[in-house]
Design a binder for this molecule. Sequence first.
Ligand SMILES: Cc1cc2nc3c(=O)[nH]c(=O)nc-3n(C[C@H](O)[C@H](O)[C@H](O)COP(=O)(O)OP(=O)(O)OC[C@H]3O[C@@H](n4cnc5c(N)ncnc54)[C@H](O)[C@@H]3O)c2cc1C
Length: 286
Amino acid sequence: MLKNIEVFYFPETVKDAVRLLNRHAPHAAVIAGGTLITKSPNLSTRVLVDIRGIDMDYVKVQAGRLRIGARTSFQSLADSKLLQKWAGGALSRAAAAVTTHLIRNAGTIGGDVARALPYNDMPPVLMALDAEAVIVDGKKTRTLPVEEMVRGHMWRIVGRRALLTEFRLPSETRKRACAIARFARSASDWEAMVHAVASMEKSRGICRNARIVLGAVTRHAQRFPQAEAVLEGKPYSESLAAEAAQAVFDGLTPVSRASAEYRREVASVLVRRAIREVWNENETQQ
Ligand SMILES: Cc1cc2nc3c(=O)[nH]c(=O)nc-3n(C[C@H](O)[C@H](O)[C@H](O)COP(=O)(O)OP(=O)(O)OC[C@H]3O[C@@H](n4cnc5c(N)ncnc54)[C@H](O)[C@@H]3O)c2cc1C
């Protein structure tokens, strides 16, 4: 709970929001949909900068690249006709699977990545599609891979001194096939035990630019280059998928919330399932 709030600001531009954050640092925080921060026990937060008045709610293509505003809600992502066609609609499907209507309507993609908990749904899919995050702080605007953002130190300043404004996906990811396999204690449990995403180009039966990402098993969503290398440039087969899954099994050191052995086993099963789905169920995109 945010018990000590003294001031609420409603800036209308990115510049004003960043200025307010820095003026009140370290006691200021960004609030977007409010679904996560309202549960935050951070009692030092005294100033909230509400970004709902800033134009960061869009999904569009510019110069071939996909651009998603950080304040776009899960429901808007799920409903976007553009996203439903990009990479087989993976981002749209991931957003539609977010547990409840209330959370889908209020929660934003920016909030999901800014405080990327291990089991948040959007970071693994964004990483599998080579997404970059645009971050504006008091001094400069930087663009960095989502992968780097979730495992690096940016979380220390994002939402406190800096604003995440946009995600950008390269044009070549439009035609990638992408499958998501998720395992949780129950369908309504949003804290997945294991979350596997596979994406790749299917070029005349050959796997190209494969990405294998796991969420919920390590501290941050993580790519598995060893498994990607197994697939790269090879014709798809069940045994190739099994080999890639074995590479995940061998390379994974899961954090707690179930035995490491169990999670390693489930992760490799889900990776194999996601790769198979890319090849079998997305045939139309070939
Ligand atoms: C009951 C429940 C169910 C949930 N189900 C799911 C689920 O199925 N899948 C899932 O992934 N998540 C789920 N969540 C978690 C949460 O709803 C999401 O992570 C959501 O995307 C958070 O976005 P928000 O806009 O509400 O963020 P907020 O709560 O407003 O902010 C979260 C954090 O991000 C920072 N922040 C937000 N936007 C920005 C920005 N643009 N720039 C910089 N910092 C920013 C804030 O300062 C804060 O630290 C659930 C949460 C609850 C309570």
